[in-house]
Design a protein around this ligand. Structure first.
Ligand code: MF3
Ligand code: CO
Ligand code: CO
Length: 317
């Protein structure tokens, strides 16, 4: 048997494991706001494998992307020790509703909240609850908005108070890995180039890349059949074409890529309880290359706006 290269085990995590809190009642959306097809039943209808968006859909996706990105910034402004993740959910919910959007995750396959909050070793799909953020936590907030018939999906990992150097570095490395993946998006590129670029940043730094959760086509459906792995697999040789829209959302771990699911059937955690970070943008393939769709009107997404905090600087407001 060939020898496997083993990574040295990382030091123990800097905080005790996250425990589930209490999940509050369902939030309501005003009846005047148009809903996706699954809002009542929880079951999304499949509309087939159409991967290229029309001009009018692209215009709508710029709106959905902007609303999601602005809600994410609004939530980010409130991240601090002592706030509950349910309170972050309320802030994101209200920001989307005020913009005339439906929070896409609400009742999506039965998911109970308006965004996902994934703390420390939670990889993704953490459910906002009564747990208070603690000094030293990291928290990914993942916001998806549905408006004008389409979805925009974006996330950012925030630092809570004073975060240890290793965790802060993981967060910054993950942001860089996402951008490495985005940077190769252009017509005629192959999907595997995205995962290859992400791994080329994350793996030499000793991190691992989550395999079970991947980027996805997005448009009038939250998740289309288009798959965007964040690791290199030469079999993913689909050619990118102008008008395709999908997410790039790498989840990068300090320890092993192996994961487990909580009994709530949503919360995904690392098996070794080492921390995991994630960033996400919705991307359009253009004739020239690509365009980020999940950008606020002022042009500054959460991952840029709160970069100073990740480097230990004080935010402007
Ligand atoms: N926003 C997540 C993604 O990036 C999906 C959340 S689906 C939910 O694809 F049901 F968990 F909310
Ligand atoms: Co997504
Ligand atoms: Co998302």
């Amino acid at each position: 048997m060939a020898k496997r290269k083993r990574r040295p085990a990382p030091p123990p995590p800097p905080s005790p494991p996250v425990r589930p809190g209490l999940v509050g009642p369902l939030r309501t959306v005003p009846s005047g706001i148009p809903r996706p097809d699954y809002a009542l039943t929880g079951v999304p209808a499949s509309r087939g494998a159409r991967a290229i968006r029309t001009e009018s859909e692209i215009a709508a996706m710029r709106v959905a992307g902007r609303v999601a990105a602005e809600a994410l910034v609004e939530v980010g402004r409130h991240v601090r020790p002592g706030i509950t993740t349910d309170e972050l959910d309320r802030i994101g919910h209200e920001a989307m509703v005020a913009a005339g959007a439906y929070p896409s995750t609400l009742n999506y396959r039965g998911y109970p909240k308006s965004l996902c909050t994934s703390v420390n070793e939670v990889i993704c799909h953490g459910i906002p609850d009564s747990r208070k953020l603690a000094d030293g936590d990291i928290v990914n907030v993942d916001v998806t908005a549905f408006i004008e018939g389409v979805h925009g999906d974006t996330s950012c990992t925030f630092l809570v108070g004073d975060v240890d150097e290793r965790s802060a570095q993981l967060v910054e490395d993950t942001r860089q890995a996402m951008h490495a993946g985005i940077s190769v998006v252009r017509p005629e590129a192959r999907i595997y180039e995205i995962g290859r670029a992400i791994e080329s940043v994350a793996v030499p730094l000793g991190h691992s890349v989550v395999r079970e959760f991947i980027g996805h086509g997005i448009g009038d459906e939250f998740h289309t059949s288009l798959q965007i792995p964040h690791y290199y697999d030469p079999r993913n040789d689909t050619v990118l074409l102008p008008g395709m829209t999908f997410t790039i959302e790498p989840m990068i771990n300090l320890g092993s890529h192996k994961l487990e699911m909580w009994e709530d059937n949503w919360t995904v955690v690392t098996r070794d309880l080492q921390r995991s970070a994630q960033f996400e943008h919705t991307v359009l393939v253009t004739e020239e290359g690509h365009e980020l769709l999940t950008v606020p009107a002022d042009g500054v997404p959460a991952e840029v706006r709160f970069a100073g905090e990740r480097m230990g600087l004080t935010p402007a407001d």
